[in-house]
Design a protein around this ligand. Structure first.
Ligand code: PMT
Length: 408
């Protein structure tokens, strides 16, 4: 699939640059022609000599090089390729791309190109989660720039760990192939995702809630949007930024979440990752409850509607694939399997939410995907990786179904 393709690889300044040499080698092994641009910082991590030895071309570095300009010129460099790949995409280069700076060869080419662009971010986890980087990412995504990673794991800085490691060469290669194949696997499909907790009022100032942060659900919405789906994310109260490319409906209560979810039907895919409160206060007080000599008030609870169950039973409007989550603290797989049958969804993603697992509010998750065929246990991974893998599974499943291949 890569034979005859021309890849322009922009190598920015990060420790992950060393992995990009392997990407160059593998691309050439598969018959692609690779041209590389090294930023000034990039050249601190890998040498122009190794880049040109592996790519078989000179390593382009200088915007004002008379020989390069006479030879090829930065505009031609920007256009003479099938795909531009930025790896590692540093926080700095992403920021330049987002605001359209063009103060060196790499940023000028990225501003001038009319080719598809794929970025493989790599940076310290704090830099990755910084709202500035996330806002830049949202801007780039909205402009059609696609990304692979980052993954979670140990950082080069001693003692640091989290999301920010550049994807592995094999993953970058797969993303390049997918991008060049042109198709976004879920393009033309509509997806509904629920995420975060719900807040169920007791009175105007107090509420019943839970520890969900929205990280898992938001990551799924982002991955579905990356895969080309038109995503409606229905989010309970969460500090997570709105994922790029998704339409976000902010709600407070389970009943508001249900109304937003049913209003978003029909859809092809529904993923219910929200931690919806099972109960609400039957009649919330309209004024703040006061301490009285009569002792504490009793709260009478009423059952909330079940959004997953409602979507699973929505008749002709039922999404083709309904995926629930099961938050369990004991007998995780057994309880989740029973929940899948009870709620009528196609798959259920079971996770252990006992406090020791750190799943509620944390950055990583360990899940078991249960469908009619059985259980698939995945290794512990960042919530983004879980989301990306789940979305790949969803894409494969729908593709097989569209070809008439029986799937669970
Ligand atoms: O938000 P994070 O901090 O990232 O944490 C992620 C998570 C632990 C919240 C997530 O991975 C998860 O497990 N979400 C489901 C939480 C939950 O409420 O599970 P449950 O077993 O109680 O519910 C089963 C399913 O029914 C879920 O898909 C839930 O969204 C859905 N449900 C439950 C009750 C209800 N009234 N309506 C529903 O739709």
């Amino acid at each position: 699939m890569l034979s005859g393709k021309r890849i322009l690889l922009v190598i920015a300044g990060g420790i992950a640059a060393y992995k990009v040499l392997e990407v160059v080698r593998r691309l050439r092994d598969r018959g692609a022609a690779v041209r590389c641009i090294l930023t000034r910082a990039g050249a601190e991590f890998v040498t122009p000599l190794s880049v040109s030895a592996l790519s078989g071309e000179k390593a382009y570095q200088d915007l004002f090089s008379l020989t390069d300009e006479a030879d090829i010129g930065h505009i031609r460099l920007a256009r003479d390729c099938d795909l531009v790949v930025v790896a590692p995409a540093t926080a700095d280069l992403m920021a330049k791309m987002a605001v359209g700076l063009a103060d060196d060869l790499a940023s000028s080419v990225l501003l001038a190109t009319d080719r598809p662009v794929l970025i493989a971010p790599a940076m310290n986890p704090h830099m990755w989660r910084n709202p500035a980087t996330q806002a830049n990412l949202a801007t780039l995504t909205a402009r059609g720039i696609r990304r692979i990673g980052p993954n979670a794991g140990a950082m080069a800085e001693r003692g640091e760990a989290g999301e920010g490691r550049m994807s592995e060469p094999a993953e970058i290669l797969a993303a390049i192939e997918a991008r060049l194949a042109g198709g976004e696997p879920l393009s033309g499909m509509k997806a509904i995702v629920t995420s975060g907790p719900t807040h169920e009022p007791i009175d105007p100032v107090r509420y019943i809630a839970n520890r969900s942060s929205g990280k898992q659900g938001h990551a799924i919405a982002a991955a579905l949007a990356e895969a080309g789906a038109a995503v409606t994310l229905i989010s309970g109260p969460s500090r997570e930024p709105d994922p790029p490319g998704a339409r976000v409906v902010h709600v407070e209560t389970a009943r508001e979440m249900l109304a937003a979810a049913t209003a978003a039907l029909p859809a092809d895919i529904a993923v219910c990752a929200a931690a919806v409160a099972d109960w609400r206060v039957a009649s919330a007080a309209s004024e703040k409850l006061k301490k009285t000599s009569g002792g504490p008030p009793s709260l009478v609870l009423a059952e909330n509607p079940d959004i997953l169950m409602t979507l699973s039973a929505s008749g002709s409007k039922r999404p083709r694939l309904v995926v629930g989550f099961a938050a369990e603290t004991e007998r995780v797989i057994e309880q989740a399997a029973a929940k899948r049958l009870k709620k009528g969804c196609d798959w259920i993603v079971a996770n252990d939410v006992s406090p020791a697992s750190g799943v509620f509010g944390g950055d990583a998750n360990l899940v078991h995907v249960i469908d009619a065929a059985g259980v698939e246990s995945w290794p512990r991974a960042s919530k983004s990786e879980v989301a990306e893998r789940l979305v790949r599974r969803i894409g494969d499943h729908l593709l097989q179904r569209s070809k008439g291949i029986p799937v669970p």
